[in-house]
Ligand binder design. Structure first.
Ligand code: HEC
Length: 242
């Protein structure tokens, strides 16, 4: 067999296949086997809680119908919000899979093609070590934008209108309408609508560079930056005067 070139190439071909399998599948599987996987409850953070409570403020009737009302008492109150938020996340992920959102949206910012500038920080492997990424939602196609940093990029009411009728917000959008996320109009999201919005607001909510808008004050307030911004404005005004 080793007398012919074909024989050598044949053995080499199988050899490289085995090597690739060992280095790309077996070794990582063994290395990361014991790494704890985060549960949904552990994934809840203050940015996400802000968005979830914001849904309750904006759509009180819909929210009450889907999740009921928070009990009194501060400790119970907090536990209740976390529990409902986890419920929404699990259901939202189910919808994301079932509705085939992953046919059109990826959840992976690659370290190439300046993707960092378009979507935000490049994805890290640790971000996928959790219950909501089983199976991982990398996606293979990008008809629409990557969603791994979608949390906080848009407000909840933007999302309701967009899911109800994408064309109202994005000219020529090929994204389907999701009327079954609502009870007839965009200001009445049902349990599905509330869950899918919670899910998209979760994506990237763990990032340091979480964006914010409207009256949202992030948990890590940034008074220094604000002062800088004011100083810059004054400088600019002084320049204008000159
Ligand atoms: C046929 C492909 C397609 C499917 C299926 C689809 N989308 Fe989209 N989506 C798009 C395109 C294209 C855009 C960009 C234009 C726009 O904003 O509508 C978009 C935009 C978005 C945005 C706004 C991103 C931003 O900040 O600009 C979100 C959020 C989103 N999609 C979530 C979803 C979710 C969740 C689902 C499943 C329920 C879904 N999409 C299904 C194609 C799709």
């Amino acid at each position: 067999m080793f007398e012919s070139k074909a024989g050598i190439l044949y053995i080499a071909g199988i050899g490289f296949f085995v090597l690739a399998f060992v280095s790309n599948a077996l070794v990582p599987a063994l290395m990361y086997n014991d790494l704890p996987e985060q549960t949904v409850e552990e994934l809840i953070n203050s940015n996400l809680r802000y968005q979830f409570e914001d849904l309750a403020r904006r759509y009180p009737d819909s929210f009450k119908e889907a999740y009921g009302e928070s009990p009194g008492g501060e400790a119970e109150h907090d536990a209740w919000w976390n529990e409902k938020c986890a419920e929404a996340l699990r259901y939202g992920r189910k919808l994301y899979v079932g509705e085939g959102c992953w046919h059109c949206h990826s959840q992976f910012v690659r370290p190439v093609s300046n993707e960092e500038q378009r979507w935000g920080p490049v994805s890290r492997s640790a971000e996928y070590q959790n219950e909501l990424q089983r199976p991982v939602m990398f996606g293979t196609r990008r008809v629409g934008p990557d969603l791994s940093r979608e949390g906080g990029r848009r407000s909840n009411d933007w999302h309701t209108v967009h899911f109800f009728r994408p064309l109202d917000l994005s000219e020529g959008s090929p994204m389907p309408e999701y009327p079954w996320f609502f009870d007839g109009s965009p200001d009445k999201p049902n349990a599905r609508g509330l869950a899918i919005i919670t899910y998209v607001q979760w994506l990237g909510s763990w990032q340091e560079s979480y964006p914010y808008y409207e009256d949202y004050v992030p948990s890590r307030e940034r008074p220094e930056e604000e002062e800088d911004a004011e100083a810059d404005n004054e400088d600019a005004a002084a320049e204008d005067d000159a």
